[in-house]
Structure formats: structure tokens, C-alpha cells
Write a protein that binds this ligand. Structure first.
Ligand code: HEM
Length: 239
């Protein structure tokens, strides 16, 4: 190939492959020493290095900035949750936490999780394929509508209520649970209309990975707290 054509070709190749977020944030499986939480998104951020990969000594600012950088959720939505999370800190510094501090039942962690077992049965934080299947079997279409997400969540609550003699799910837990459904719909869907890509949500839960390979990109427009609240209200209305 002529040298000029070769240079032009390599410039095109470089432009095409440069700047993808997974170049800077490659996914790596956590080691057994790394700390992880019951939250599939925070775990994914640690697996990509948006948060410390070892899951230790993570500050409130780290969480807020990591979430904004990775999925463009606005700090006014994430900061209050990160501050609440830090109340479970065991690091000795009230402004930092280890991801597994979030396993503490009753801070954010609650019964009737979509992919985790209830505290009563022991492990309230590891991905549980059986529970996840009972929830995700509702996702029979390429996208998850608000109605489908609401039905899947309600079914999970009914099953957990029937199985767990210590089941606790009052207004506070219901609100947090609705917000979690709103979050995955907002990050992997379209604005406040829902319709999250089923495959992307599945990758998040099963692999704790951001689904870049499957086409996910950081939303161009920031997801606001109002968006999340609107979605959570729509989920309540559809439940
Ligand atoms: C400050 C930021 C955040 C904190 C401290 C946090 C913490 C948590 C915690 C402790 C849980 C466990 C609740 C349970 O018992 O089920 C959870 C669940 C969840 N979180 Fe996060 N989270 C944050 C942000 C996000 C974001 C931005 C997303 C976006 C996709 C997200 C998605 C989820 C989902 C889908 C669940 C439900 C998991 C399940 O029920 O199996 N979280 N989060």
C-alpha cells in the first residue's frame, strides 16, 4: 500500500477504535478479596473501575461521580442515596464505605429484592439465579415496559411475602424498591417512558457488567431526579 494511503487508513482505524469507554474502563471479574454489594449497578461500576475495583474505602463523592460518569444520573439523584449508604460504613471514616457495608439489612437493603434472597434465609447480597429467574421470566419482549417491570416486581414481592415468615415490606421498602425499578428503566430505557432493553438489563444483573458490547452507551442527556420520581410513580400506578 502507498505510504499516504496507509497513514490515512491507520488514522481511520484509530479514530474508529479510540475513545470507547471500555478502553479506559475494561470489565474485570472481581477477586475473592474484593468487596461487593447487593446493588448490581455499584458492583458493575467497581468491575469496570469507575469505582475502586477492590470495593473498599469508597467515598460518597466517588459514588456520585462514578455514577454520573458511567450512566449520566445526576448527582441530585444519587447523592442523598450515597449519603444514606454511608451511614452503614464500617471503614472508620463516615464519608467512606466498603461495598459490602451495603449488605446491612434495613439501611437500604430490604426484603423482596429482585435478584437476591431475603436476609431471613442467610445471603441477602449475592446474585441468586433462581430468584432472578422468577423475576426475569416476565421479560418476554426485547424491551421491558413500565407495566411489565411493575408486574415482575409485584410478583417478586408476593413470592417473598409467601416464603418468608419474617417478611418486612412497609411503605419505605416499597418506595426504595420502586426507585430501583425506576433506575434500571431509566438507565437502560428511554427517558421516562420505560422500555429498557431486556438484554442490557439481563447483562447488568447476571454479569454485573455495563452492556457496552451489546450496544449500551452512556445516555446523552442527564437522567434527573424528577425523571426517576416520575418513573417510580408510574410503576406505583401500574402495580
Ligand atoms: C448512590 C447510589 C446507589 C446506592 C447506594 C445503591 C444501593 C443499593 C442497595 C443497597 C441495593 C439493595 C437493595 C435490596 O435489598 O434489594 C440496591 C439495589 C438495586 N440497585 Fe442500587 N444503589 C445505587 C444506585 C443505583 C443505580 C444508579 C442503579 C441503576 C441501574 C441501581 C440499580 C439497582 C437495582 C436494579 C437494584 C435492585 C437489585 C435487586 O433487587 O436484586 N442502583 N442498590
Amino acid at each position: 500500500m502507498h505510504i499516504r494511503a496507509l497513514l490515512a487508513f491507520s488514522a481511520v482505524v484509530t479514530a474508529a477504535s479510540a475513545g470507547f469507554v471500555w478502553d479506559d474502563h475494561p470489565w474485570q471479574r472481581p477477586t475473592p478479596e474484593d468487596r461487593r454489594s447487593p446493588c448490581p449497578l455499584l458492583n458493575s461500576l467497581a468491575n469496570h473501575g469507575f469505582l475502586a475495583r477492590d470495593g473498599r474505602d469508597i467515598s460518597i463523592d466517588d459514588i456520585v461521580n462514578g455514577i454520573e460518569e458511567a450512566v449520566n444520573l445526576s448527582p441530585n439523584s444519587s447523592r442523598p442515596v450515597a449519603e444514606l449508604a454511608a451511614t452503614a460504613s464500617t471503614t472508620g471514616n463516615p464519608k467512606t464505605l466498603n461495598l459490602d457495608d451495603l449488605n446491612t439489612h434495613g439501611v437500604i437493603e430490604h426484603d423482596a429484592s429482585l435478584s437476591r434472597e431475603d436476609t431471613y434465609f442467610g445471603d441477602n447480597h449475592s446474585f441468586n439465579p433462581k430468584i432472578y429467574h422468577s423475576f426475569s421470566k416476565f421479560f418476554t419482549e426485547p424491551v421491558i415496559s413500565i407495566e411489565t417491570a411493575a408486574a415482575a416486581r409485584s410478583s417478586r414481592i408476593s413470592c417473598a411475602r409467601a416464603a418468608n415468615p419474617d417478611f418486612e415490606f412497609g411503605a419505605d421498602q416499597d418506595r426504595v424498591s420502586r426507585l430501583e425499578t425506576a433506575l434500571y428503566l431509566a438507565v437502560f430505557g428511554k427517558g421516562t417512558e420505560g422500555n429498557a432493553r431486556t438484554k442490557w438489563v439481563d447483562v447488568l444483573f447476571r454479569e454485573e457488567r455495563l452492556p457496552y458490547r451489546e450496544g449500551f452507551r452512556r445516555p446523552a442527556e442527564a437522567i434527573s431526579n424528577d425523571d426517576i420520581v416520575e418513573l417510580a410513580d408510574k410503576i406505583a400506578a401500574a402495580s
